[in-house]
Design a protein around this ligand. Structure first.
Ligand code: MSP
Length: 502
């Protein structure tokens, strides 16, 4: 037990929330819910990235001020996360005063350390990425590799962060903290970037006003990435509440997409080292959800709206698909057929069917009263193995593996029923034992699935006659075999997940 602070990237307000954003946010929600079950004190942060040229231009395009534009879009993210049952503890907007003081403080600290200096920059800039490129990084000689649009030539006087000074310190730090980046191959990639040499990056702009002024030279505003990264500090009291800050920093995990790994795993720890703040404890880097083989993104015009999918397949059907279908760290291809296929096989046929067949037999043969499990049940080993494997998977930020472990228990329980055929058996102790075992497995399943599909977990929990809420269970004690009391009413109810046609 301890404290567990997790963040998502803060999302640009130039786009409405789409499936790509929802993906990272749901993974963070499930991970933090697992830690809530462990009894950790959790702080789960998400929010919106509202400054910079990209947002200024998006606002201009619709004839709004950037502030009014951001005020309109940011609540759409907050509302989408509510619909998705995201239990975030805070939502930070980079236009809030608490953020401004933190950015000023961090800039000033790096400046005082001598790591920020004035220089002239001339280079190729992608507004979509809010990042400079060098020629050999471009595709077709002119285009941004991510947005596939021509970069622009920019030249201006900027303050620079002397990232080049941090190569050795970063390598030493990563050597001393193996496993800080998961999955492991992403850590190797970061090491490779650093060894390839680091270029200083500019941390200010004079060509726009939509940002936080540099405290010692207010003609400049802070570069949007310097501004945005600092959200992870501002939300936990940096520059405002030292006690809160000491409690939550360093963060346990930054969840990020692989597109923003350089900012998070190189720029960010260097900025913190310069300012004398501890680097993060961990980063969990996710792949992309693709649609039609390309990264789903507004600029490529291939986004899927998660709220439409919820209307179609239900909240937990959607959450389950997102978490189970793609191993975190790899790219996943979103297809509607895949969504329906997983729903039918895992939720309707496995979990839904298990609950309904147990409830039906208990109704018919035990007067609707669930019997107690056996201490030496043949299912106890499978239950224990599922818990151990799920716990190990969550430790590595691998929700799909945690769910796979849980579904092994569900399948084992279905197989156990099929070989014992309680629906054919006469009422009596042998029948009671089989049903009690299956009910105990369902109790455990409802705890193990809660991080992913919390509403469903609570429905299973109360259908099998348990009181209270899954959220109040504490691991590992609640995972010990034998917790189902027996002698409680098992309800039949509607099918959890009715089968779907394509
Ligand atoms: N504002 C910056 C992040 C600043 S964090 C200090 C940004 N915003 S973003 O809205 O463009 O994307 C943020 C994150 O959303 C990505 O890193 C990734 O985690 C997630 N995703 C956006 N599209 C995605 C997919 N198609 N697939 C999976 N995740 C994706 O970058």
């Amino acid at each position: 037990m301890g404290r567990f602070y997790v963040t998502t990237p803060i999302y640009y307000v130039n786009a409405k929330p789409h499936l790509g954003h929802a993906y990272t946010t749901i993974v963070g929600d499930a991970l933090t819910r697992w830690h809530r079950l462990l009894g950790d004190e959790v702080h789960y942060l998400t929010g919106t990235d509202e400054h910079g040229l990209k947002i200024q231009q998006a606002a201009e395009a619709v004839g709004q001020t950037p502030a009014a534009f951001a005020d309109e879009i940011a609540p759409l993210f907050a509302a989408a996360w509510q619909r998705l049952n995201i239990a975030n503890d805070d939502f930070i907007r980079t236009t809030e005063p608490r953020h401004r003081v933190a950015v000023e403080k961090l800039l000033q600290a790096c400046f005082d350390a001598g790591d920020i200096e004035l220089d002239t920059y001339s280079g190729l800039y992608c507004v979509g990425c809010e990042e400079y490129y060098v020629e050999d990084e471009l595709v077709n000689g002119t285009d941004c590799p991510i947005h596939k649009r021509p970069v622009e030539h920019f030249e201006e006087e900027n303050y620079f962060f002397r990232l080049s000074r941090f190569e050795q310190r970063l390598l030493d730090w990563y050597d001393a903290h193996p496993g800080a980046i998961v999955p492991e191959h992403r850590g190797n990639e970061v090491r490779g970037f650093i060894k390839g040499g680091l270029r200083d990056f500019s941390v200010s702009r004079t060509s726009l006003t939509w940002g936080i002024p540099i405290p010692w030279d207010t003609k400049h505003v802070a570069y949007v990435w310097f501004d945005a990264l600092t959200n992870y500090l501002s939300a936990v009291g940096f520059g405002g509440d030292p006690e809160q800050f000491a409690k939550w920093w360093p963060v346990n995990y930054h969840l990020i997409g692989k597109d923003i790994i350089r900012f998070h795993c190189i720029y960010w720890p260097a900025m913190l080292m310069s300012a004398g703040v501890e680097p993060p404890q961990g980063w969990a880097v996710g792949g992309w959800l693709l649609s039609g083989g390309e990264k789903m993104s507004k600029s490529l015009g291939n986004v899927v709206n998660p709220l439409d999918l919820i209307d179609d397949i239900g909240l937990d059907g959607f959450r389950y698909y997102v978490l189970a279908d793609t191993p975190y760290g790899q790219d996943g291809d979103f297809t509607y057929e895949g969504l329906i296929g997983r729903y039918n096989s895992d939720l309707a046929n496995n979990l839904g069917n298990l609950l309904s067949r147990v409830a039906t037999v208990v109704g018919k043969k035990c007067d609707g009263i669930g019997p107690a499990p056996r201490a030496d049940s043949p299912l106890a080993g499978a239950a224990n193995a599922a818990y151990e494997a799920a716990a190990a998977a969550w430790d590595q930020v691998q929700p799909s593996r945690a769910l796979e472990a849980t579904w092994q228990l569900i399948r084992a329980t279905n197989a156990y029923l099929e070989s014992n055929e309680p629906w054919k058996a006469e009422p009596g102790p042998a029948l009671d034992a089989v049903l009690g075992d299956a009910l105990e497995a369902l109790r455990l399943v409802s705890i193990l699935v809660w991080p992913a599909i919390p509403d469903t977990a609570d429905i299973v929990w109360s259908r099998i006659g348990l009181t209270g809420r899954v959220a109040d269970q504490r691991l590992p004690a609640a995972a010990a075999w034998g917790g189902y009391p027996g002698g409680v009413a098992v309800g039949k109810g509607e099918p959890l997940f009715p089968r779907r046609q394509l």
